[in-house]
Design a protein around this ligand. Structure first.
Ligand code: ZN
Length: 612
């Protein structure tokens, strides 16, 4: 069978076929804001589904009305699969340590239960929609395939696919159901739940079996570690079409896990980007070609790291565009796209606090009370935004929802706009302004780089006072609390400010080495010599974790190779370009030449920790 994306015939065939399907029906998505709740699980990116939608929206491939929002599954629904005793034990964190790989705090546990119950609700909604509307339904969550009737496993508390199937059965649906599980891990939970059900075939291709219980209708293929495209495809080609012809499914649920990807943070396979795209296209084509036009639901399943959204986005964009290959951007760039898209409808007059009809100032409550300083000029942040306008923007851009998602129900802003050192915006987690989450001091700057106007970030603090330092997230110099996890979001919002005020970019001087490291994906040192020095330092500290590196610098363990002098952190300005001309300067040949020349002059070595 000739189906690979890399062969021109394959692309054409799939494309033509798929267009006609699309023309008939159209695709719908299922996603909930709750999925983006931060949960402490290593390498799991809660914003995966949201990023996929942002990318599709940016390419005008999905509209808000195409996204359905599920409710958390009821206890009644969960009981269709899960044992009463197990459900009753879910509020005890010690019980769940094995499932999750760590002992969750009660707050974290509550959050996890909400996220996963909503995912069960999402898969239930997806199956219902697929069967009633005959559309392709993509659930940007779910695929919790390890959960059993009486226990969780591998981070899965509930088996969403099993509950959704049980719910359809209770509603009277009798069709044959094929579950295609292409997550890198074994779909053992789903297989065990349906082991004695001849109407559900579970198909799983995985690294190693988690369970060897026999099932009436199951295909289980273990391929071992290090699998490449060829091995993967030949297994799929050998096994999957045969299941379609023998079992003749009427509903297909596809767990399109992206952890087989070579780029996955936890997977052990080497499937290429093209390979994953071809795999997903292959499954779609099998469904389309199958006798009886089976319905199809896709769920996300596994995929780890900040880039786990990209294979899914690539595939869905290919599908929705009728076969075009649209390469997803880097994750940081996507964050910016996401906010730009949301910022489009923001009205300049409302941001500035000018009433449209009156053409007059509309003062916020704080301004009326005189809390933000007297005088018209000082009542604007950066001579532009009214306090109310800032709050409005943060609300509409979804930023305040991210704060609420972290358990701070009443995010409250506070402005200090008439201070000579810069204007300060503070974000508190409570109405009484006791819990400080963020503090930003900014001003417009024309001196740092002659001929350019920059947004100077004099001070930026983002902290979560309710979180604790852990082995994975240790305390860094200058930190009282762990971070809020919103640095890139904040940087994107500041770039939107530059867009609106026509500033050339952001300038920020990191007071500590670790701040420069955390910013380096987004910012570069303004002067090429400083960039070169930072790179040399980074090179010397390479073998260490960020926390160890910060400590090594404080202990003066980095020395100049030639002189033996210890190297200190020297705060120097970093910039993030917003305008084309600043970008050209920062990425231009002059800058590069200077940086390369300077780089040769910095030779640093790391000295071992003193014996205690
Ligand atoms: Zn997996």
């Amino acid at each position: 069978m000739d189906w690979r994306i890399s062969t021109p015939g394959g692309v054409g065939r799939v494309r033509g076929a798929w267009r006609s399907w699309l023309a008939r029906r159209g695709t719908r998505f299922v996603h909930a804001a709750a999925y983006a709740l931060p949960v402490a699980a290593s390498a799991y990116d809660p914003r995966r589904g949201e990023r996929v939608l942002s990318f599709l929206a940016w390419n005008r491939l999905v509209r808000p009305e195409h996204v359905l929002h599920p409710e958390p599954a009821s206890m009644r629904a969960l009981r269709r699969v899960h044992a009463e005793g197990y459900l009753g034990r879910l509020d005890r964190s010690k019980e769940l340590t094995a499932t999750l790989g760590y002992e969750p705090t009660l707050e974290m546990l509550d959050r996890l239960v909400v996220v996963q119950r909503t995912m069960v609700g999402g898969t239930m909604l997806a199956l219902r929609e697929a069967l009633s509307t005959k559309r392709l339904i993509v659930h940007l969550g779910g695929g919790l395939h390890h959960a059993r009737t009486d226990r969780g496993a591998g981070f899965c508390l509930f088996n969403d696919v099993a509950v959704a199937i049980a719910s359809r059965r209770e509603a009277g649906y009798r069709g044959r159901i094929l579950v295609i599980d292409l997550d890198m891990h074994d779909g053992d939970g789903t297989r065990a739940i349906f082991a004695n059900d001849p109407t559900v075939h579970t198909f799983s291709v995985h690294e190693r079996p988690w369970d060897t219980t026999e099932a009436l209708e199951a295909t289980s293929v273990a391929l071992g570690p290090g699998v490449d495209d060829d091995t993967y495809f030949s297994a799929l080609e050998r096994q999957l079409p045969a299941v379609f012809s023998a079992f003749r499914p009427q509903l297909v649920v596809f767990l399109a896990g992206t952890d087989p990807s070579v780029n996955d943070k936890r997977g052990h396979w080497r499937i290429s980007d093209d390979g994953l795209l071809a795999r997903d296209a292959f499954v779609l084509q099998l469904v389309r070609d199958a006798a009886g036009s089976p319905r199809l639901v896709i769920t996300l399943a596994g995929g780890y790291g900040r880039d786990a959204w990209r294979p899914t986005a690539r595939f869905l964009a290919w599908h929705l565009s009728g076969g075009r290959r649209l390469e997803p951007p880097a994750t940081d760039e996507l964050t910016l796209h996401h906010y730009r898209l949301l910022a489009e409808p923001l009205d300049a007059q409302r941001l500035r606090g000018i009433d449209k009809d009156e053409g007059d100032w509309t003062l916020s409550e704080q301004e009326v009370l005189g809390e933000v300083g007297a005088g018209r000029r000082q009542s604007r942040l950066l001579d532009y935004y009214s306090p109310h306008g800032v709050e409005l923007a943060l609300e509409q851009l979804g930023f305040l929802d991210r704060i609420r998602a972290r358990g701070f129900d009443t995010p409250t802003l506070d402005f200090e706009l008439d201070h000579p050192a810069g204007q300060t915006v503070r974000l508190f987690g409570d109405a009484r302004r006791k819990t400080l989450l963020g503090e930003l001091r900014v001003r417009r700057d024309k001196r740092q780089l002659p001929g350019h106007e920059l947004l100077s970030v004099e001070w930026l603090l983002l902290q979560n006072p309710r979180a604790s330092f852990t082995a994975e997230r240790p305390r860094l110099p200058g930190q009282r609390h762990p971070g809020l996890g919103l640095l890139h979001d904040t940087a994107s919002l500041l770039l939107l400010v530059c867009d609106r005020l026509r500033l050339d970019g952001i300038v920020f001087t990191p007071s500590h080495y670790h701040l420069a490291v955390q910013s380096e994906r987004l910012l570069r040192f303004l002067h090429p010599d400083d960039q070169a020095r930072f790179e040399a330092l980074r090179g010397a500290l390479e073998p260490l974790s960020l926390e160890q590196a910060a400590r090594a610098l404080e202990q003066r363990r980095v020395r100049e190779t030639d002189t033996g002098h210890s190297v200190r952190w020297e705060p120097r300005p970093m910039v993030m370009p917003a305008s084309e001309r600043l970008r050209a300067r920062m990425e231009g040949e002059d800058y590069e030449n200077r940086r390369r020349q300077a780089r040769a002059g910095f030779r640093f070595a790391l000295h071992p920790e003193p014996e205690s």
